[in-house]
Design a protein. Structure first.
Length: 269
């Protein structure tokens, strides 16, 4: 597919491919050890006629694809812990540890930092996973800046997420429809605005959150109003826009795969 279908990138997880899809009794994982992963990435790049985005979710804290149990040395404090310490030099140092490892492996895109505000303390996927620096947008922005600058030093593309804000949601969009109409606050946009003004907002991941005040028909990831009008228009963002996983249940339970992808691309992803 990479060679023949003009694929532009790959995201690496450690999970096995479902045997129902492959009909193979054992499918090796993408991530087994540092040297194995480095070799795999080198092989993927060699196959491709064009330069690829090789991406991973390596936020730090609980959200890590490179565990110490497999021999990796990228354990860091969570966004929440870093925000509580409120030392941007420490955040830079922790992010640098991640970025340096990604560079050595051959990974050039990190789906991080998380710039959601810790508004809803009952959020199972943001606050309880310690993925937010703070409920204060100024604190979130300054730590995201340090995180991004550390990655920039190693030429790792960062992707701020989850636009237009997942921190006020009580539901988990991995598991189903997520409506933030009554909880979302406009201040959730402030980290994006601040980073964009400083030319540090390189790429943005859009969430599968639904807000009828923004778009009555679609969640943000499939919404022209959220992406073309708000993010690119009102906020003036000129960079790369990507969706969250289009097979998360917030999408897959409500739309078929082909329609959801076409709609998402037409929305500006």
């Amino acid at each position: 597919d990479i060679r023949n279908e003009n694929i532009s990138g790959a995201i690496l997880y450690s999970k096995n491919i479902a045997t129902a899809i492959t009909n193979i009794k054992y499918t090796p994982k993408n991530i087994i050890s540092p040297n194995q992963l480095k070799k795999l990435i080198k092989q993927i790049k060699k196959i491709s006629p064009a330069k690829l985005f090789i991406s991973i979710d390596e936020e730090g804290g609980q959200i890590s694809r490179l565990p110490s149990s497999l021999g990796f040395n990228v354990e860091t404090l969570s966004h929440k812990q870093l925000g509580e310490k409120n030392d941007t030099k420490l955040t830079y140092k922790q992010a640098k540890k991640i970025a340096k490892t990604l560079k050595w492996l051959g990974i050039n895109v990190n789906f991080a930092p998380c710039v959601d505000l810790a508004i809803n303390k009952e959020s199972p996927i943001i606050y309880k996973k310690e993925r937010s620096f703070s409920d204060n947008p100024k604190i979130v922005a300054k730590h995201a800046q340090a995180y991004i600058q550390a990655h920039n030093r190693y030429n790792i593309l960062t992707v701020a997420k989850h636009f237009p804000g997942h921190g006020s949601a009580i539901a988990d969009s991995h598991k189903g429809f997520t409506d933030v109409t009554s909880t979302w606050d406009k201040k959730e946009l402030l980290p994006y605005i601040t980073l964009n003004k400083k030319w540090l907002l390189i790429a943005v991941m859009v969430a599968h959150v639904y807000n009828k005040n923004l778009d009555k028909n679609y969640p943000a990831s499939m919404s022209q109003r959220a992406i073309a009008n708000l993010l690119k228009g009102e906020l003036g963002f000129k960079g790369l826009v990507v969706t969250d996983d289009m097979q998360m249940k917030a999408i897959s339970d409500n739309y078929n795969l082909e329609d959801s992808i076409i709609t998402a691309i037409n929305a500006g992803n």
